[in-house]
Design a binder for this molecule. Structure first.
Ligand code: NAD
Length: 296
């Protein structure tokens, strides 16, 4: 049993922390949002006031924060995790952030004698709840080996993608595929509507044909075929349009910096930006189908 500090108890962090509690770990958690902290407490977690307090007492610190800015502040800032953690502590950042921030934080951690991996996830809130997430990990073999048994309590597929930052590189590429594929599936359903083809019929065919993908079979953007998808609950998140836009911007920044050609990624970023600007930033990203439908 490890003593774990868990910072960021939102849509993803809370169910992940709960799975660690269920596995018998002692979990101390912090979040700026009192409602999130209350839910954590109700699930058997021990709330602490500040990330630094949790870090100073933990064997392992896990963060699940919105973006790179919060990760920089919480790790590198005064009274931050790196300043407060004892040498030998393992740090796991599962937030989706830019590669440069991930590498800067890992370097500062190493300097202080801490072990660190970036370990962003795929699988959504369902995967977080059911402990079936995919973890994409960047860092030393030593850090990855120590993190593996902890990550196994929250996920099913755990891949070491290389050195520091490579987990984030994998995540950015994966979510560019997701953003594009959700738009592709949405456009296909809107076209089917125009052609008089039932949603369920298109699903029955495409989910078993070459159009098959996660956006179709697990997160279908129309109500009916996949009962658990946000389309059945007025596109309540899940994974917000704002978060998808954040990830697509990360992919476009990375593409520019590395000289990669990502034409469809750029188009997807523009579509999610327009969708978010239409007042739907807080809605699930699969709600982009409503925006696409309204364009016709
Ligand atoms: P969220 O906004 O629901 O949760 C983030 C939490 O961090 C919030 O509760 C917020 O109050 C807390 N927080 C922010 N700043 C803080 C600080 N300084 N100290 C303490 N707590 C702080 O977001 P989420 O959906 O849980 O996503 C978290 C990360 O996981 C993001 O980077 C996102 O891109 C990634 N992700 C999300 C999903 C998904 O389906 N939601 C899937 C894969 C990856």
């Amino acid at each position: 049993m490890a003593r774990i500090g868990f910072i960021g108890l939102g849509n993803m962090g809370l169910p992940m922390a709960v799975n660690l509690i269920k596995a018998g770990h002692q979990v101390e958690g912090a979040d700026l949002n009192p409602a999130a902290v209350e839910k954590f407490k109700a699930a058997g977690g021990a709330p602490v006031d500040m990330p630094a307090v949790a870090a100073a007492r933990a064997d392992v610190v896990i963060t699940m924060l919105p973006a790179g800015k919060q990760v920089r502040d919480i790790y590198l800032g005064p009274n931050g995790i790196i300043e407060s953690a004892n040498p030998g502590t393992l740090l796991i950042d599962s937030s989706t952030i830019d590669v440069d921030t991930a590498r800067a934080v890992a370097q500062a951690a190493e300097k202080k004698g801490l072990l660190m991996i970036d370990a962003p996830v795929s699988g959504g809130t369902g995967g977080a709840t059911n402990a079936t997430l995919t973890f994409m990990c960047g860092g030393s073999v030593q850090a990855f080996t120590r993190a593996q048994p902890i990550l196994e309590k929250m996920g099913k597929t755990i891949v070491h993608a290389g050195g520091a930052g490579n987990g984030q590189a994998a995540k950015i590429c994966n979510n560019m595929i997701l953003g594009i594929s959700m738009i592709a599936v949405s456009e296909a359903f809107v076209l089917a509507e125009k052609l008089g083809l039932d949603h369920q019929k298109l699903f029955d065919i495409s989910s078993r044909s070459s159009g098959q993908c996660w956006s179709m079979t697990t997160y279908c953007p129309v109500p009916g075929p996949v009962p658990a998808s946000p389309a059945n609950h007025d596109y309540q998140p899940g994974f917000t349009a704002a978060m998808m836009l954040k990830d697509l911007k990360l992919s476009q920044d990375a593409a520019r910096a590395s000289g990669a050609q990502t034409t469809l990624g750029a188009t997807a970023a523009k579509i999610y930006s327009d969708y978010a600007d239409s007042g739907e930033a807080g809605r699930d990203f699969s709600g982009v189908i409503q925006f696409i439908r309204a364009q016709h």
